[in-house]
Design a protein around this ligand. Sequence first.
Ligand code: BES
Ligand code: MN
Ligand code: ZN
Length: 501
Amino acid sequence: MKITVKKGDALKQKTPCLVLGVFAGKLKNEQLSQIDQQVGGALDRATRSKEFSGGKGEVLLLHSGPQTVAERILLVGLGNESAFSLRALRQGTSNVVKLLAEKQLGSFLLTLPQLLNKKTDLAERIQAVTEGVLLADYRYNRYLPKDKPGQPIALEKIELLIAAKESTSIAKASVDAAEAIAAGVCFARDLVNAPGNLKSPEYLAMQAVAMAEQQGIKARLLDRRELERQGFGATLGVAQGSEREPYLIVLEYQGGAADVRPIALVGKGVTFDSGGISLKPAEKMDEMKMDMGGAATVLGTMQAAAQMKLPINLVAVVPAVENMPSGTAIRPGDILTSLSGKTIEVLNTDAEGRLILADALTYVGRYEPRVVIDLATLTGACIIALGNQAAAVLGNHDGLIRQLLKAGERSGERFWQLPLWEEYAEQIKSDFADVKNTGGRAAGTITAAAFLQKFADKYHWAHLDIAGMAWEEQGKAGQPKGGTGFGVRALIEYLRGEIKS
Ligand code: BES
Ligand code: MN
Ligand code: ZN
């Protein structure tokens, strides 16, 4: 698919479909009356019969009259102008793309980037529209027949029309950036959607290495022998119930000067979480193939950052394991010695994410990172607290958390802070070890973070619990059912902010 930037009069563009946004009640302007004339009064009839008023989600497809240059005109209702935002622009774009793809229209021209021009700059608007287009075009069809009739068409050629006085080169650069970001999101989605039989820890490691090679990122894998040699006792404990080999995936991207301390990203990579001996119930256990969503987002972000050539140094650490019940699996009551030397009493083998992250957080300290951000589908409690609208953010540094909240708001991937007062650590005190891996039902997301905090004591650190965000259950425009790649956009926004500051 190709996305190009164009200038000129919207009504003079030759295209299979010209897409125009209309705000609620704003149906009287020069352009719309010209359109109405060209389609023989069809717009006027549609508004008078209340078929179209510019309300949010409304659409009106008009076929051309003799003097129209575009073969069709699609009017998209955007709701009240005062409530319109970048978020609505992204969503509106995805809605349009879904509708047109279902109508088998893969080429069209969007004037949507010209909206919001008083509130936001061109680059942001182009990025929002381009992401909206590309993410709506995503499908996971590896296991489906090709060209099934009735399926939405894949996009071919999308043109973005900008205003005469706006800069084509800024718009083009923004399209490039958005393409890199969307590719990172789609890479992450593919990884999450891959079924557990395909997606062993080794598969995840191989995907990471292949991506790294393509992007000029340095990659290293620590295999079981190396993990044993170095003392990754918590990671190995989780892995020992599975026939499949664990890996620690380490990627280094150097976009800045060699002596600048890196930003580190750590991602939970449980390729399937059965719960282990503390087995999960059967219902929805299939979704636990998504328990490497944190890893996927970290890998997608690395790919996007490298493709964008961000002038910054990054390290990614991903522990990849499978959590299975078996005769060799860890038992409730087992005590593991982590890489840090701290001992962990495993009261519930289903609280496995924090175990592998404990070792990864210790390991990443070797890079003397400026900050460490971990992403994990860590707790069901997070879904109880925030549902599917925001990830939880917690950490040991207010400045970092503020930056992440800001990046989340700007990118449209929302975070919400939960407290991490020291009193919560009382809940994870163990009688037999330095710490235990569950803190009871109360404040489950916070006590999980309090556990991680014990291993993240040497640097500025933030934890993103993306349990409610990594998987979309229903499917909507811009986000089909399945893996979401949530966090790639927010992290790239955060990294861009770090470059400016
Ligand atoms: N991967 C799960 C958390 C999860 C649940 C993510 C649902 C996405 C959707 C995690 O490993 C887990 O099982 N957590 C337990 C912790 C508990 C045993 C302390 C949980 O949340 O129930
Ligand atoms: Mn679990
Ligand atoms: Zn898990």
